[in-house]
Structures are given as structure tokens and as C-alpha cells.
Design a protein around this ligand. Structure first.
Ligand code: UDX
Length: 462
């Protein structure tokens, strides 16, 4: 099938590359010329395991193109994905201006034939109908321009053969495993009221539904859930809000464990064995961050407010998280007492491993607060330390390796559970430090092994 993906952020680029990989003819549109140039050469503008490889093989197979030309993209695609960002506004609402500009642009360039316009961006509930309206506005504006260009004749142009439907197809991929998640989804959600559009979307995803590209191809087909537009939009928010709340819940339990002397990692195991609870997303630590959870939970709270409902549980999940982000600071103060004049080394900066994403990363709050209290902050991150990004973060000196980081530090804080942090030479690092203290903000390390390496080990709720 011919597909056009507009916006090449995490969601758009991964979607485009994966659809090309399974045999569709894809064109990815972005208005950033430099980015388009980079992608044409087979390089991914983001760090995402496996992404450049599938981009390169799709380029080689002539299955993917990159362009800044929206009109060409709209002409090419029978399925048009809107995958631009919806960043948070200071009020907590999502900023939908990029979605609006793209929808208008699609309308202005629709040129006959039936198209499915798919919302992949996470948009406020009710946006499906709004997108339809903006596309229609775009069509009307174009007709007006054509009339004016044609000598000011005030009559409508003959109806162009433009037909389209809007489908909401929320994205559940995780950064760091985005390609894997696309080929191994738990479900595919399709919201809309046009059976024709839903049927085309099912055809598009058929190879993924049949698990042709899955790690375990013997599994039953991926469930496809067809819903109305608003329910599909709500599923995305509710899923993220639930997961964020689950983490805030275990973090609250961890804080109680700290006080009563229980071990939250054992508690999580014990409750996770109950199939009604499940064992995932029960890792206590320094809180959730990233580009999705904070933005989506705030947007859902905001939507509820707009409709006269106070989302108390979600508000609590956010406030528990805000406090949790500073738990490492509290623990540093308990061990080191005064932080002024001390040097603290952060192991990891990104909001989670296997990504170069710093959006809403707990490390940034920690750096700010440590600076405020007069501590010097250093950091080592397997990705950030290797890229130009290391110069862009204020208030922290980014070192090139973990041993240089440890040198002279009064304490280390493990912020991100990068796999390679499990095999560092901690005995050597402890010897290089002024005080061998480690706050394990992700309960990632083995407390006994750390004690053996010479560290005073402090976890979260253990
Ligand atoms: C999330 C959702 O998982 C995904 O379905 C959605 O499409 C986008 O948002 P992502 O932001 O990439 O994905 O990361 P995720 O792995 O879900 O982690 C989010 C945050 O929660 C991270 O800061 C992570 O460190 C934290 N987390 C996760 C915990 O603190 N404990 C856990 O048990 C799991």
C-alpha cells in the first residue's frame, strides 16, 4: 500500500521505517531539510536500537523516501499518517498547532481519490472530529484560492473528487525498544466510524497482526480493537495514566518500606505474582519521566477539568512523582549531611536506558537542586557522554567514562539503569572516591556486591 507519514519524530520515523520494512511504499515528510537530508543517507536523527538498519534496508529496497514536499506526500499516500508532536503547554494542555497545520496542509493538497487520514499523534480526546473539520477547512481555502486565481468568479469550483475518513490509531511504543514494539505489539487500536477506512488499516497492519515480523511467530494474531474515535483517543491516555499511576503506587510503597525496614523489590515480586496485578511497571525508583507520561497524564487531568471533573487520583500520581524525583537528594542529605562544597556524580542522565532522550528526565531536576544547594555535579552517560549533547546541559560536567566520574566524588547516584552499569569496576571506582557512597536510584545494583566493592549502598525502599 502507498503510505505517507508526516512528521519524523520517534513515532513517525519508526512507523514509516517499519511499514516500509514490511513491504509498503512509504514517503516520510518533514519540514526540517537537514533532517530529511540525514534520513535520505540512511541515518536516524534519533538514537533508537535497530532503526538505522531497517531504514537502510528500506532505502536499498526502494521502499522508503524522505522529502519536505507535503503536496507530493499527500499525492503519494492512500493512507496519510499525522505523526507530529503535541508538546505540553505551560497549562498542561497539549499544543495541537502542529497537528492543525498538517491537517490544513493535507486538506489544501488533497487531489482526488479516497484517503484515510490517520491520527498517530497523541491528541486531546475529541480531536478526530476536529481534524476532519480542519481538513475540510483546508479544502475550502484551496477552492477559494483557485476561484480568486481564476479571475474572482464568486462561484464554487465544481466538486473535486475528494473523499476521506479520519482514523485514530494511537501509538504504544516505548523509546529504546520502539522497533521491537512495532513488530511485537500487545494490541492495535483503530478508532473511527468508517468500515472502509478500518478495513484498509487492517490490511496495512496485516503482516504485523499475523506476527510475520515478530520475535515469537507462533503466538496467536495480535488483537485488533476497533472502537469509536474518542474511545481510541482515550485508550492512549488511560494506558499511560494507568502505568504512571502504577509506578507512583510502588514508589509510595517503597517510601513506606524505607520507614518500616521492608524491601520493596521483594514486595513488588510478591504482589506481582498475583495475575490481577502483574509484575511489570513495579520497579520503584526516582520516578517517571520522558516525553509521554508527564505530558499525557497532565493532558488527561486537564481534559477532565474542562468537563467539570477533578481527576484526584491522577493528580496524586503526579504529586507523588514530583516528590519522588527528589528522593535521591533526601538520601544524599541523610548520608552526607551538608551538600554545599560536595561533589556528586550521576551515573546516567537520560530518562531511561537505550535512548538519548532527556525530556523530563529526573536527572535534570536533581542537577538543578544539587546546584541550588551548592554541590558540584558531574555525570557519565553511555550515550550523552559520546555526543555533542554533553555540552548542552547546564550545571553539570559530563565525563567521558565512569572511572573519571568517580574520581574525587563524595557520592554517586545511579539515575538511569543502563545495562553497562552492572559491569563497571566498582572496587576501583570506590577507591577513587572521596567517600564511597552510592545512592541506587533504580534499585539496579546488588547491595551485597556493592558493599563488597567498598561502597556504602543506599537503595529506594530496600
Ligand atoms: C511510555 C509507554 O510505556 C508507551 O507505551 C507510550 O507509547 C509512551 O510512553 P516511554 O516513555 O518510552 O514509553 O518509557 P517507559 O519504558 O514506559 O518508561 C517511562 C518512565 O517510567 C521512565 O522514566 C522509566 O524509568 C519509568 N519506570 C518505568 C519506572 O520508574 N518504573 C517502572 O517499573 C517502569
Amino acid at each position: 500500500m502507498r503510505v505517507c507519514v508526516i512528521g519524523t519524530g520517534y513515532v513517525g520515523l519508526v512507523t514509516g521505517a517499519c511499514l516500509a520494512h514490511i513491504g509498503h511504499d512509504v514517503i516520510c515528510i518533514d519540514n526540517n531539510e537537514e533532517k530529511v537530508k540525514l534520513m535520505k543517507s540512511g541515518q536516524s536523527p534519533i538514537f533508537e536500537p535497530g532503526l538505522s538498519e531497517i531504514m537502510q534496508s528500506a532505502i536499498h529496497a526502494n521502499k522508503i523516501q524522505f522529502s519536505t514536499d507535503l503536496a507530493a506526500g499527500v499525492a503519494h499516500g492512500e493512507i496519510l499518517f499525522i505523526a507530529v508532536g503535541t508538546p505540553p503547554l505551560p497549562t498542561g494542555e497539549s499544543d495541537t498547532r502542529y497537528v492543525e497545520a498538517v491537517a490544513r496542509g493535507i486538506g489544501a493538497n488533497l487531489n482526488g481519490g479516497y484517503k484515510v487520514i490517520v491520527n498517530k499523534s497523541t491528541v486531546p480526546i475529541g480531536s478526530g472530529d476536529w481534524v476532519r473539520m480542519i481538513v475540510l477547512d483546508g479544502i475550502a481555502e484551496r477552492q477559494k484560492t483557485l476561484v480568486t486565481a481564476g479571475g474572482g468568479i464568486e462561484e464554487k469550483l465544481p466538486e473535486t473528487n475528494v473523499q476521506f475518513d479520519v482514523v485514530s490509531n494511537p501509538e504504544f511504543l516505548r523509546e529504546g525498544s520502539a522497533v521491537y514494539d512495532t513488530f511485537n505489539p500487545d494490541r492495535i487500536v483503530l478508532g473511527g466510524n468508517s468500515p472502509k477506512a478500518i478495513a484498509l488499516m487492517k490490511e496495512l497492519y496485516a503482516p504485523i497482526v499475523e506476527r510475520k515480523y515478530a520475535e515469537d511467530q507462533s503466538l496467536p494474531p495480535v488483537p485488533v480493537l476497533a472502537t469509536d474515535l474518542s474511545s481510541a483517543e482515550m485508550i492512549k491516555y488511560a494506558a499511560n495514566a494507568f502505568l504512571a499511576t502504577k509506578i507512583s503506587f510502588i514508589n509510595e510503597v517503597a517510601n513506606i518500606c524505607d520507614r518500616v525496614g521492608a524491601d520493596v523489590t521483594q514486595v513488588a515480586k510478591g504482589i506481582g505474582l498475583d495475575s490481577r496485578i502483574g509484575n511489570k511497571f513495579l520497579q520503584a525508583g526516582i520516578g517517571w519521566g520522558g516525553s509521554c507520561f508527564p505530558k499525557d497524564v497532565s493532558a488527561l487531568i486537564h481534559t477532565a477539568d474542562d468537563y467539570g471533573y477533578e481527576a484526584q487520583l491522577l493528580k496524586s500520581a503526579v504529586s507523588v512523582n514530583e516528590r519522588q524525583r527528589l528522593i535521591a537528594l533526601e538520601k544524599l542529605q541523610q548520608v552526607l549531611k551538608i551538600l554545599k562544597g560536595k561533589t556528586v556524580g550521576l551515573l546516567g542522565l537520560t530518562f531511561k536506558p537505550d535512548t538519548d532522550d532527556l525530556r523530563d528526565a529526573p536527572a535534570l531536576n536533581l542537577i538543578e537542586q544539587l546546584n541550588r544547594l551548592g554541590a558540584k555535579v558531574k555525570a557519565y552517560d553511555p550515550i550523552i557522554s559520546q555526543t555533542g549533547m554533553r555540552h548542552g546541559i547546564s550545571g553539570v560536567l559530563v565525563e567521558t567514562d565512569a572511572e573519571r566520574l568517580a574520581d574525587g566524588c563524595d557520592a554517586l547516584v545511579l539515575v538511569t539503569e543502563w545495562q553497562q552499569f552492572s559491569t563497571l569496576d566498582y572496587t576501583k571506582m570506590a577507591k577513587l572516591m572521596a567517600h564511597p557512597v552510592i545512592i541506587d536510584g533504580r534499585n539496579f545494583l546488588d547491595p551485597e556486591a556493592m558493599a563488597k566493592a567498598g561502597f556504602q549502598y543506599v537503595g529506594v525502599g530496600r
